[in-house]
Design a protein around this ligand. Structure first.
Ligand SMILES: NC(=O)c1ccc[n+]([C@@H]2O[C@H](COP(=O)([O-])OP(=O)(O)OC[C@H]3O[C@@H](n4cnc5c(N)ncnc54)[C@H](O)[C@@H]3O)[C@@H](O)[C@H]2O)c1
Length: 293
């Protein structure tokens, strides 16, 4: 960051812009959005970052904590704020509906990568990034070794990848038949799903972002080739477990097991908040491609 000038200038659009600082737009003001906004307000300048805007579906949630000039009323007006990077921490529908427009103007970190299990959305966003020269960032979240997976893929060594996520039944937000299955897991450990991640993302969009990140790290396997295993275990009241198994030719294999402390019933593990901030710090612009951060 050395050599940056931190003087305030007016841009053509009339917005104040500090030279050298990357302007960050935050879309969504729930747990992650509030955490990131707080971090940006507290430590942003020392990392060369400043807040460009905060948008939330329910704008009243921003009152009192986000200065009025940083609140964005209508998401389609995002261009006026001249963000360098836009961070979605709201819902997969944001990437599906606005991701392409974001990428035409800025880098985009998609906090809900389960959105990319929709084939058309993944294709559209990869293409928008390539054409505009902006980066589609995928935060690693609770994925351990994502860059190693990416390297295995790059070297043509990745033959199979399975991501297993184990949580307390109260930590799931599940639709369809998985919602019913999890009810039966209050007493004993139960496998809720085993199969391609593509089929799981629409059923558990808030719970399997880590699996979606793995699919993006391993595009040769992708959402159809990477296997996801979702397990409810009533004996895990205060942490989540993520296990990753990658295999390659000649008997090559790697297995990792990560314990992620989480408040009882919480969907997002505590370490994931810090991981998101670290991911944002990596987003310095890596050109027109997908980048795991
Ligand atoms: N990549 C990862 O590892 C990872 C980890 C945790 C959470 N996430 C994802 O990040 C997102 C935010 O997580 P959180 O813990 O802050 O959630 P949260 O529920 O605390 O906050 C979500 C925010 O988005 C808004 N929202 C909900 N549905 C919306 C919709 N359809 N359109 C627009 N806004 C909507 C809510 O009003 C709320 O302000 C979720 O999609 C979650 O699945 C990803």
């Amino acid at each position: 960051m050395s050599g940056f000038l931190f003087t305030s200038v007016k841009t053509a659009g009339g917005m104040s812009k500090s030279q050298g600082r990357r302007r960050v737009g935050i879309v969504g003001y729930g747990h992650l959005g509030q955490y990131l906004v707080q971090q940006l307000q507290k430590d942003g300048s020392q990392h060369g970052l400043e807040l460009a805007f905060v948008w939330n579906r329910d704008a009243s949630k921003l009152e009192g904590t986000v200065p009025a000039e940083l609140q964005l009323g209508d998401l389609t007006d995002f261009l006026e704020r001249r963000a360098d990077i836009i961070v979605e921490v709201a819902h997969p529908c944001i990437a599906q509906d606005h991701g392409e427009s974001f990428l035409k103007a800025a880098d985009f970190m998609v906090g809900s990568p389960t959105a990319l299990a929709d084939f058309g959305t993944e294709l559209k966003l990869r293409e928008a990034a390539r054409q505009a020269g902006h980066t589609l960032y995928i935060p690693s979240g609770a994925l351990w070794g994502g860059q190693d997976i990416q390297r295995l893929h790059d070297g043509g060594m990745l033959q199979a990848l399975t991501v297993t996520m184990v949580k307390h039944p109260d930590s799931f937000r599940l639709g369809g038949h998985l919602g019913e299955l999890v009810q039966g897991a209050q007493q004993e450990r139960k496998v809720l799903y085993y199969g391609p991640v593509r089929g799981l993302c629409p059923l558990a969009p808030n719970n399997v972002n880590t699996m979606a990140a793995a699919c993006m790290a391993a595009p040769s396997l992708g959402f159809d080739g990477v296997k996801g295993c979702l397990v409810a275990d009533p004996n895990l009241p205060d942490y989540h477990v993520v296990e990753i198994e990658a295999t390659g030719p000649g008997g090559f294999s790697v297995s990792t097991r990560r314990k992620n402390p989480a408040a009882c019933g919480a969907v997002t593990g505590a370490a994931t908040f810090v991981a998101f901030w670290s991911s944002l710090l990596v987003c310095q612009g890596h050109g027109g491609r997908v980048y795991l951060c």
